[in-house]
Ligand binder design. Structure first.
Ligand SMILES: [Zn+2]
Length: 137
């Protein structure tokens, strides 16, 4: 009985995960503290470009003229995974769910879960400070 209620609790939490919060967590976890262009490494500072970054749209870099997808550098880059699906995966892995259980909950194949677990292992190391932090606010 305790097992059943614990399972329901996890399902409830999973339903509460939303894109904006999941994406913020993902940026904090995998990307440099300030959004930067993956091509020229210049910091993205324009308000419109920053808004696009946080909406996960294609960001235009004024410094080098290239565009990039904000997921570049995260485990979900060039996959069909959304940030919220990724956070749900983290939660289910922490709950010791099997690949097949996670696959069923997320509506993905067991192979997709296995692939993403390998991508987690390849996480990038990120810088720990942001020069713009002192300039903001
Ligand atoms: Zn650039």
């Amino acid at each position: 009985m305790a097992q059943v209620s614990r399972q329901l609790e996890i399902e409830d939490l999973i339903g509460a995960i939303e894109r904006s919060g999941a994406w913020k967590w993902m940026v904090q976890t995998y990307l440099p503290p300030c959004p930067i262009c993956p091509s020229c490494k210049e910091q993205i500072t324009g308000p419109r470009a920053l808004a696009t970054f946080w909406e996960m749209g294609r960001v235009y870099c004024k410094s080098c003229g290239s565009t990039f997808t904000p997921t570049n550098g995260t485990p979900i880059h060039e996959t069909s995974w959304s940030p919220e699906e990724y956070v749900k995966l983290m939660l289910l892995l922490n709950a010791d769910r099997s690949h097949s259980e996670i696959a069923a909950t997320l509506g993905k194949s067991s192979g997709a879960i296995k692939d993403m677990r390998e991508r987690i292992a390849l996480r990038h190391q990120t810088a720990s400070s942001c020069p713009a932090d002192t300039a903001q606010g």
